[in-house]
Design a protein around this ligand. Structure first.
Ligand code: PLP
Ligand code: SF4
Length: 344
């Protein structure tokens, strides 16, 4: 199946899901009525049993409706939004939403207030307004093209957006944020790559959360993307029951670097309404990161970040390494857990 057939054959209703998986429909229908579901046949085949890491990311769960103290937009993306679908918070870079569809609706999505919904959707007019804002704002050096998933647009549309952005002299970097290499790898076609190869300012950030997402199809997609010349990165979300064990995360980082994808961030789960059941403690996050540094190539170690509520931005967290200090030395914990003295 090509990527469009895959999308067309996606499971989007509780009834269809019951037909293929024999799962109870009432609960899933209730959740999917609030936060859309889409599970395409590629991902469906990778899910093995209820509660496994791929299942948890894709199948609606009653917990999504029971974490009401959390907010829909704790990071206040809307507050820093000069035009619809564009967030300008940091001095030199913007987030630019060009699609609100995805190949799979991740249950942990931090933008689940928006993705897959018709109301408040991205349109040609909102894309045009975003492009005009970027053209008129010389402070913007770096444009994060995201959504939804930008690579669900047609090749010609992607080409047109990249052409406009590339032509803006003050835009030095364009990043595409996409999950299709893991959720719909057949979307990475030769034709799409021919489009992407034309743009020298382009970087591509993917989103993988578990080693089992590295199928032969996904690895082929990454090989094709690597040939476009765009540096590849990955943003992973720390998710309870998916990748919150140090060995799992280390395995994921090894898979990424083996496929020449540089791990960029591990995001601590934001306090977004509908995703509370995926959040771990900070201690769990620090333990996971502790299992990476020193044990793996430095290129396989991303920054572990929390995003401050209210729009404060991202801050990296590191396991404590300085145990004590005096005038002459630091007492430092090494990756092997032993204590060392570092002379000052
Ligand atoms: C994460 C984020 C960015 C990009 O930040 P980098 O650290 O440069 O990747 C830009 N704008 C907003 C609002 C963000 O949340
Ligand atoms: S692909 Fe990204 S934007 Fe789409 S549902 Fe998943 S996390 Fe959200």
């Amino acid at each position: 199946m090509n990527w469009k057939e895959m999308l067309d054959k996606s499971v989007v209703s509780a009834k269809e899901l019951a037909d293929v998986l024999g799962e109870k429909t009432d609960e899933i229908a209730r959740v999917a009525g609030v936060y859309p579901m889409r599970i395409n046949p590629y991902w469906l085949k990778l899910m093995k049993k209820p509660g496994d890491p791929l299942w948890r990311q894709a199948v609606p769960c009653a917990d999504e409706l029971s974490d009401s103290p959390l907010l829909e937009d704790p990071l206040c993306e809307e507050k820093d939004s000069p035009v619809f679908g564009l967030t300008h918070r940091y001095p030199d870079r913007v987030i630019f939403l060009v699609s609100n569809r995805c190949a799979l609706y991740c249950r942990h999505c931090m933008r689940k207030r928006k993705v897959g919904k018709h109301q408040g959707a991205v349109t040609d007019a909102t894309i045009e307004a975003g492009l005009a804002y970027i053209e008129q704002t010389p402070a913007v050096r770096d444009v994060i093209v995201t959504g939804g998933d930008p690579l669900l647009l047609e090749d010609a549309k992607i080409d047109a957006i990249l052409k406009r952005l590339s032509a803006i002299p003050h835009v030095e970097m364009i990043r595409i944020h996409t999950r299709v290499p893991s959720t719909l790898p057949m979307r990475i076609t030769e034709g799409l790559c021919a489009v992407l190869s034309q743009y020298e300012k382009l970087w591509i950030n993917t989103h993988f959360n578990h080693p089992a997402e590295f199928t032969p199809e996904a690895e082929k997609a990454l090989r094709l993307l690597n040939r476009t010349g765009a540096p590849l990165g990955c943003q992973t979300v720390l998710l309870k029951g998916v990748n919150d064990a140090p060995e799992t995360m280390a395995g994921l980082m090894r898979k990424l670097t083996k496929n020449r994808v540089r791990p960029y961030y591990i995001h601590h789960g934001d306090a977004v309404k509908g995703t509370g059941h995926f959040r771990t403690s900070i201690e769990t996050g620090l333990a996971v990161v502790n299992g990476l540094r020193g044990h793996l190539s430095g290129l396989a170690v991303p920054a572990y970040v929390i995003d401050l509520p209210g729009g404060g931005g991202k801050v990296p967290l590191l396991p404590e390494s300085i145990l004590a200090r005096d005038d002459k030395s630091l007492t430092v914990k090494g990756y092997d857990g032993k204590t060392y003295t570092y002379p000052l």
